[in-house]
Design a protein around this ligand. Structure first.
Ligand SMILES: [Zn+2]
Length: 1010
């Protein structure tokens, strides 16, 4: 009844050709559908003959179609038999590639809005607020043999303000029929027309009369779409088992791709309940957020799984999968069933057991920490061969790319184990932060991502108490890392307004994750961890099954502080950190005349001082922060710390007790604050002296912090170039991993600035000298570690690995020999006896030093190994070659998806760019293939920005800077913010070369001759 009208109107503009195609190959057998055809044919003036011919072809092919629409007519999902194929689905009216336009709008609608002098509701970037979904009934039939699916969605919607329009999201789906009925009175509301509006990825239903406020309605939509070959929406992926290619279908909806799988109100604020049914061939199984309630088997080899209803949730973490995986399971003490699903061979090998085991423990940890039980009866972890991200936290059905969840203990290094662990801890945290309590809108995505990232460290500490992740590793992996990015003038605030779907991807960057986590850590530290934890418990309890914005969090935390008698307006403090980009550098200057008075000033830290002047918002009051500064005073034997000093002015004076001539000052105790600290040179000298005499007076985290601050302050020109190089001299006595790790990371960009200069060997020699003592002391690991040993020896093994890495990459002869011997032994015996924890270093060193046969050997091993962790490091080792032909060959092979997984191709290109012999090759390759790369990764979060920064960050000549600028000019579209970051970084590199390179070399020459 409705469909005919609507179909006619829908088809009457522009799309008639596509509609005709779609209709032509989808002959129907019922009288009702023949009527549709006739009217369409008349309406479009397409000859009846054509229809007859197509119908005849289909009849000849004996294709029987009873799609979701048949079921709709019968109102029974069980009747939706999908044994026929869906050849027409390939010709759906995809809007991808079409110019944005109004060609699909219903006639007359726009004119009416023009008369009203209002923009039509579907042209707004956000959904109009007059409707709210309450419940979705979603019935899907998945056709894995031709990668199509069709669905019927019934949305119960509540009308808040009267309107004739229903606007919801839909993208790349083919809408076949629409029906609207009043919920209780069962009266149909006549649909006047419906159309897709691709620019905003919405679907509009125009009704003959208004929906009335305070009433609820049922919107039924029948549609079909492709199970896409790209990694978003409902997509397919494959793997090889016993020589046979097998396929699976899985979803990735975050942030805005649910609309590609079903028409829905695809904004996080529209929480609703969902009841999903999936029909598939019985050779597959299906999964979704909730457990299967009933399965209905049919004679023709099809089965329909009906899942239990979800609690209130947003669309972006809804999920389903159709696969033929197997699983192992465990149960938490509160009865949550945890299963790990993966390809059968991986399950059989036990590669999922580690993940399964820690997941059970982590659910128990979070339940205890948050005092809120896990919300669903089960949690499935799904390991898929291909995924755009490491993982996605879908509630009850979290999806992981295999490399981030499968782990074979006999061939995995500690860092691989750490990677797997932290990804799981992260996704599990989201079951609370994100799924149970969801940000109101994407501007505050850092709320969920910052928390999940912070908890990676807290949760890992629970699993491995001796590792001190939150106190130590957080610094190098999060704080130091993000301060590099956030020190650019082209950075942005952690909360940033976004509207367009295409811009939403942008907010998922390291600033959201890492700065978010760093700010949360600073907050936890100045609040005190137990009050902070109490505040989080309240926040989750108050907002569970709902949405919350950052102010909701600030208010709850302020209340928590009040309960313990402290009065801090958290919102006032945190707004400065979340709404302003960047971070301050605090300078602590001793007042030489007035004993214990120090001057403390703050300014916006920025690498390229020239870039500061181009700031669009210069004269404003911004770039002041309320800084919780902690200061310690120390001398040769002891250290005393002061309480928090809140610094909120540009410059202030403070009296520091116990400060005398010989004592030094140290700011930001344990580096809990998100800022850098600089001192007068005399104080730097006192600190260096202290490190050389007895470094243990200063905490491990502050030793790492001093190294990172010094290198970066020097890079930005706040400090003389020799200070950081003098600091690392004490490392020969340093037995803790973290300061070495901080030094290694801080040296890395400096190394890349110098590695193509003629005096590079002076720098090289200096670093080798600092590494030599510890390299000798620690020696090489043996390969007989078992898991429990690894756990106990984490610090020691990571330190040894770090030192070996530095020694080998800066050319320590013994290190080179050792690597070559190990590789030769592997080749001649065909037994890999290289210790797990240094395999990447050995492979890379071997490839760079030895001849082409080694490269071929590693290439062969890369193809033959099935262990994902091993595959990754073998591939990266291939980028270490000095041979430009091999590097070029590898670059060209990287785009062949059969050889290199899509997500790994980026790593290949980036690693070639890090190699001084390959930097220009990767840069050239990137420019030549940009169109292909952008098409492949453009829509995936992180990928493009990772690629762009990875390829450009170490370009450092005038010529390269010009090439970059010219390249950007010629490709205006897409990735603008990544490119402006790239330009700023390269400009800063060029500037550093010009201003400071000589100063550095002069000091090095002098120091080496002593
Ligand atoms: Zn996350």
């Amino acid at each position: 009844m409705i469909e005919e009208d609507a179909a006619l109107r829908n088809g009457s503009r522009g799309l008639s050709g596509q509609w005709a195609d779609a209709v032509g190959v989808r002959p129907r057998t019922t009288e009702r559908h023949i009527t549709v055809h006739k009217r369409l044919v008349l309406g479009f003036a397409i000859s009846i003959l054509a229809l007859l011919v197509v119908t005849m072809i289909a009849v000849l092919l004996s294709v029987r179609f009873e799609e979701c629409s048949t079921a709709a007519a019968a109102d029974s999902p069980a009747r939706a038999s999908g044994n026929g194929s869906l050849p027409g689905a390939a010709r759906l009216n995809h809007d991808a590639g079409e110019p944005p336009g109004r060609q699909e709008e219903a006639p007359g609608e726009e004119e009416e809005w023009q008369r009203r002098r209002q923009p039509p509701p579907w042209t707004q970037l956000r959904l109009p607020r007059h409707l709210r979904p309450l419940h979705y009934n979603l019935m899907l039939s998945a056709f894995m043999e031709n990668f199509t699916f069709c669905g019927e969605v019934n949305v119960q919607i509540e009308c808040l303000n009267a309107s004739r329009y229903i606007v919801l999201h839909a993208h790349r789906v083919h809408i076949e029929a629409v029906q609207v009925a009043e919920d209780k009175l069962s009266g149909a509301v006549r649909v006047s027309s419906f159309f897709l509006y691709p620019p905003n990825q919405v679907f509009v239903v125009v009704l003959n009369r208004s929906l009335e406020a305070q009433r609820s309605y049922n919107l039924k939509i029948i549609y079909s779409a492709l199970i896409e070959n790209e990694l978003l929406g409902f997509f397919r992926s494959s793997y090889v088992l016993h020589g046979e290619r097998r396929f699976l279908g899985v979803t990735q909806f975050s942030p805005t791709h649910a609309r590609k799988a079903f028409p829905c109100f695809d904004e996080p604020i529209y929480k609703a309940t969902f009841k999903i049914s999936i029909k598939h061939q019985a050779t597959y199984l299906s999964l979704s957020n909730m457990p299967v309630e009933t399965s209905v088997f049919e004679e023709d080899g099809w089965v329909t799984d009906h899942f239990s209803q979800t609690p209130l949730m947003s669309t972006y973490y809804l999920a389903w999968a159709v696969c033929n995986f197997t699983y192992r399971e465990t149960t938490t003490k509160n009865g949550v069933v945890v299963r790990l699903y993966a390809r059968p061979d991986a399950i059989r090998r036990g590669s999922g057991d580690y993940a399964l085991n820690i997941t059970r423990r982590l659910i128990e940890f979070y339940e205890d920490y948050f005092k809120v039980p896990y919300s669903l009866p089960k949690l499935d972890l799904l390991a898929v061969p291909k995924h755009p991200y490491a993982a996605m936290e879908n509630w009850g059905l979290s999806v992981f790319v295999e490399q981030r969840i499968l782990l074979d203990p006999s061939i995995s290094s500690i860092s691989y184990l750490l990677d797997v662990t932290m990804v799981i801890v992260h996704e599990l945290c989201h079951q609370w932060f994100g799924d149970l309590v969801t940000p109101v809108w994407w501007e505050d995505v850092w709320l969920k991502e910052g928390f999940a990232h912070y908890f990676e460290f807290v949760g890992t500490d629970y699993l491995y108490p001796g590792w001190n992740m939150e106190k130590q590793r957080f610094l190098t992996d999060v704080l130091h890392e993000v301060m590099l990015l956030d020190g650019l003038a082209s950075s942005h605030p952690v909360s940033q307004e976004v509207q367009r779907a295409t811009d939403i991807d942008r907010v998922f960057d390291w600033i959201a994750y890492k700065k978010g986590a760093a700010l949360i850590r600073m907050l936890a530290n100045f609040m005190g961890h137990s009050v902070f934890q109490m505040g989080l418990q309240d926040y989750l309890t108050i907002h569970k099954y709902g949405n919350a914005a950052r102010n909701d969090l600030w208010n709850t935390l302020s209340e928590a502080l009040k309960k313990v008698g402290k009065f801090v307006n958290i919102q006032e403090v945190m707004d400065q950190w979340t709404l302003q980009m960047g971070y301050p550098v605090i300078t602590i200057m001793r007042n030489e005349t007035a004993g214990n008075i120090v001057g403390i000033s703050q300014e916006h830290f920025i690498y390229d001082i020239d870039a500061k002047t181009t700031d669009p918002d210069p004269g404003s009051n911004s770039y002041l922060w309320q800084i919780p500064l902690t200061i310690a005073v120390g001398n040769t034997s002891h250290i005393s710390s002061e309480a928090i000093i809140w610094v909120s002015n540009k410059s202030e004076h403070h009296r520091i007790a116990a400060l005398d001539e010989t004592s030094w000052l140290l700011g930001n105790i344990n580096q809990t604050g998100y800022f850098r600290v600089n001192y007068d040179i005399r104080n730097w000298r006192l600190l260096i002296d202290q490190l050389m005499r007895n470094h243990e007076v200063i905490s491990v985290s502050n030793r790492a912090g001093l190294i990172d601050d010094a290198f970066n302050l020097a890079r930005a020109g706040y400090l003389p170039q020799n200070i950081p190089l003098e600091i690392i001299r004490y490392l020969s006595e340093e037995k803790d991993f973290l300061p070495w790790h901080a030094a290694s990371r801080a040296l890395y960009p400096l190394d890349k600035l110098l590695d193509r200069t003629e005096n590079y060997n002076i720098f090289n020699e200096y670093i080798l000298k600092q590494v030599a003592t510890m390299y000798l002391k620690l020696g090489w690991p043996t390969n007989n570690l078992n898991r429990s040993l690894v756990q106990a020896a984490y610090q020691h093994e990571e330190l040894r690995r770090e030192v070996i890495m530095l020694a080998c990459s800066f050319g320590n002869k013994h290190c080179h020999q050792q690597a070559a011997t190990l590789i030769s032994d592997w080749i001649s015996s065909n037994r890999n006896r290289i210790p797990l924890n240094v395999r990447d270093v050995v492979y890379c060193t071997g490839v760079s030093l030895m001849d082409e046969d080694v490269w071929e050997f590693i290439w062969m091993k890369f193809h033959s190994t099935t262990a994902v962790s091993e595959k990754k490091i073998l591939l990266e080792a291939l980028t270490c070659s000095d041979d430009r032909n091999l590097l070029n060959r590898l670059l060209n092979l990287s785009l062949n998806s059969e050889v290199v997984l899509d997500q790994d191709a980026i790593d290949v290109i980036i690693h070639v760019a890090r190699n001084p012999h390959g930097r220009d090759l990767a840069w050239k390759f990137f420019r030549e293939k940009w169109k292909i790369l952008n098409a492949r990764y453009g829509e995936a979060l992180f990928m493009n920005s990772k690629l762009i920064s990875g390829v450009t960050e170490f370009l450092n000549t005038e010529e390269e800077l010009n090439e970059l600028k010219n390249f950007i000019k010629s490709y205006k579209e897409g990735a603008a913010s990544s490119f402006s970051r790239a330009v700023e970084t390269v400009e800063a590199n060029v500037r550093w070369q010009m201003l400071y390179k000589e100063e550095l070399f002069q000091w090095l020459r002098k120091s080496l001759t002593h």
